[in-house]
Ligand binder design. Structure first.
Ligand code: SF4
Length: 477
């Protein structure tokens, strides 16, 4: 292994040197010389729970690893030069960045050099120097290496703010596909259980635990991931579960395995959000899965679940309770709070009011009602039709649908709608006009059938497939 030495200073502290400019001497650089919203190499811009951002020095203690994880560029399969810091070198580099106000915290990870315990012990020494020599009492996210023994986990707990052990996959069987060296229970689950125990104990120390999964490497389903996430949140109150899409790495046993589309991890983050923030139950979330246990790539899970629950919509924006509003596409926690506050003063009667409150009209339109707006059933049916198309494409393609890129799926779905323009929304022929809300039915009304009026057969005009597809397929907010 090669130590980084001066190279670490050049690479991390002086990004201008990389750009071919002569680096300014350290003492002369002004604070904020690296813009906060455009951090330099090794600096990760992280979002805080209150919506603000902070810059973390994100670094690996070493990229040498003796383990055999089939998906990892640091695993022993990959023949390349490896580097590592010395303990005091890394602590000093962090302190330099801190003094320049380039970073406000540390995210420290590593490969497994020697044993898990030895590597974690060295990382704990780095944090010890930062805390006790450089007097930093801010945020430190410390990775605990697989196979770390309990006394080292205890030392890490005393010094870190957040600890995490990378889970990588969902079950023992899936782990067997990814590594012959890692023992799922002994090396990963046990240290996670100890962290939880310490977190609940009397000693002041790390206040949170997180983990990370590599999505798609072991061919696990989204349902497997949901089940594991539920156990982690329920039993160990994890702060976050992070996902990274699998990318094949040359020389590893999975180099021929197809990459996981980024869209799949986006959908899993949305699912995580539904669970943690919107408080959806697991049974509700499971409505969004197809028979194979996957989430549609083309639709936001919240929208998919709403389409499975069409009986519950449209909700009246002026009378619906918080739970109903939170389950409505296009509405988020902030907009729901604003709606609840505003409607106490006066009824909501216009789209402009909702837009100002943060409601996304294009998603909420078919699912909400208020005086002056009743959604046309055709719009919901159109969304439903797209969902069936997505599911058909998926069941035809089996697991392979996850490896095709989004544009390809979109093109195929669109082509299948265009190929049969007469029938995709054929259910519309059975619809009756929707009353406008002023009268309970349209019989004998002078406004019936006038252009643009809700109680009109014009509202049931069939939409051209391309237009409806574009509308539904736009990314969710
Ligand atoms: S233990 Fe971590 S760093 Fe080492 S090969 Fe596995 S995933 Fe990569």
């Amino acid at each position: 292994m090669y130590h980084l030495g001066k190279m670490a200073t050049d690479d991390i502290i002086l990004p201008s040197a990389q750009a071919g400019q002569s680096p300014m001497p350290v003492k002369e650089r002004a604070p904020y010389s690296i813009p906060r919203n455009n951090p330099g190499p090794g600096v990760y811009r992280s979002r805080l729970p209150n919506g603000k951002f902070t810059n973390l020095m994100q670094v690996m203690f070493t990229d040498f690893c003796k383990m055999d994880c089939h998906f990892c560029p640091n695993s022993h399969w990959v023949p390349r030069k490896r580097y590592g810091f010395k303990v005091d070198e890394l602590a000093k580099t962090f302190n330099d960045l801190l003094e320049r106000q380039t970073v406000q915290g540390l995210f420290l990870s590593s490969g497994v050099a020697g044993t898990g315990s030895k590597t974690t012990e060295r990382m704990v020494k780095v944090v010890d120097l930062i805390r006790n020599k450089y007097k930093f009492d801010g945020y430190v996210h410390l990775k605990v290496m697989p196979g770390t023994e309990r006394d080292i986990v205890e030392a890490a707990h005393l010094l870190g703010t957040r600890l995490s052990v990378n889970l990588e996959t969902t079950t023992v069987e899936h782990m067997d596909k990814l590594s012959k060296m890692k023992h799922y229970q002994r090396d990963i689950m046990d240290p996670m259980a100890w962290i939880d125990e310490l977190k609940r104990g009397p000693t002041n120390g790390a206040i949170g635990q997180a983990t990370q999964l590599v999505v798609g490497a072991a061919d696990e389903t989204d349902l497997d991931i949901l089940n594991r996430m539920s156990q982690l949140y329920a039993d160990w109150e994890l702060k976050r579960v992070y996902f990274s899409p699998f990318r094949p790495v040359r020389y590893t046993p999975l180099e021929e395995h197809p990459a996981t589309p980024m869209q799949r991890t986006n959908r899993l983050y949305q699912l995580d959000w539904l669970k943690r923030v919107y408080k959806f139950s697991d049974n509700e979330i499971k409505l969004g899965f197809d028979k194979g246990g996957f989430l549609p790539l083309e639709l936001d899970p919240k929208q998919t679940i709403a389409l499975e629950n069409l009986d519950a919509f449209p909700v009246d924006i002026n009378t619906a309770n918080r739970d109903q509003l939170m389950r409505t596409p296009g509405l988020g926690p902030v907009s729901v709070e604003r709606i609840l506050n505003n409607r106490r003063r006066a009824k909501i009667t216009r789209w402009q009011e909702l837009t100002v409150m943060g409601v996304v009209q294009k998603w909420a339109w078919p699912f909400i009602t208020f005086p002056g707006h009743r959604p046309e059933p055709a719009k919901q049916l159109r969304l439903d039709s797209l969902l069936s198309q997505e599911r058909k494409t998926r069941s035809d393609g089996g697991i392979e649908h996850l490896t095709r890129n989004r544009a390809e799926v979109k093109r195929e779905t669109r082509a299948s709608i265009l190929a049969d323009p007469g029938e995709p929304f054929g259910t519309q022929t059975t619809l009756t006009p929707t009353p406008c809300g002023i009268r309970s039915n349209c019989d004998g009304c002078a406004l019936y059938n006038t252009p643009g009026h809700p109680g009109s057969s014009k509202g049931l005009v069939r939409y051209t497939p391309s237009r409806s597809f574009e509308k539904v397929a736009s990314p969710s907010p």
